[in-house]
Design a protein around this ligand. Sequence first.
Ligand code: UDP
Length: 141
Amino acid sequence: MAVERTLSIVKPDAVAKNVIGQIYSRFENAGLKIIAARMMQLSRAEAEGFYAVHKDRPFFKDLVEFMISGPVMVQVLEGENAILKNRELMGATDPKKADKGTIRADFADSIDANAVHGSDAPETAAVEIAYFFPTMQICAR
Ligand code: UDP
């Protein structure tokens, strides 16, 4: 297994619920290290750019509105198999279908407001990490 990096976002619904720490604990308990982090209020252009791959999907407009509805916490996670490990911790996109004990099962309300984002592949992880963090702001350890 390779050491990987993945981009994680605690979305506005989870920030509003005050569960950033509980979500961070799940990353750490699973052996993932937080090697960069920033809280930010995304602009519309930043949210649209981040989700550009979904721009033709029917949910795109609502997704962008949701992502700019409040601050988000953005982090880079590093560890063995980090991309899949984070996806397993997150659970399915629709919290109703997410396995018990996953972040989305425990903290998400709906498929729109689903608590967290996580990169789905090495290529997207690289692009998404670079979208938010210059290399010098990533603290490899
Ligand atoms: N989404 C939505 N409605 C849908 C499908 C997706 O609002 O029917 C949103 C949801 O917030 C999801 C994001 O779009 O997390 C990106 O969708 P993707 O299929 O990439 O899911 P993810 O990788 O986040 O599980």
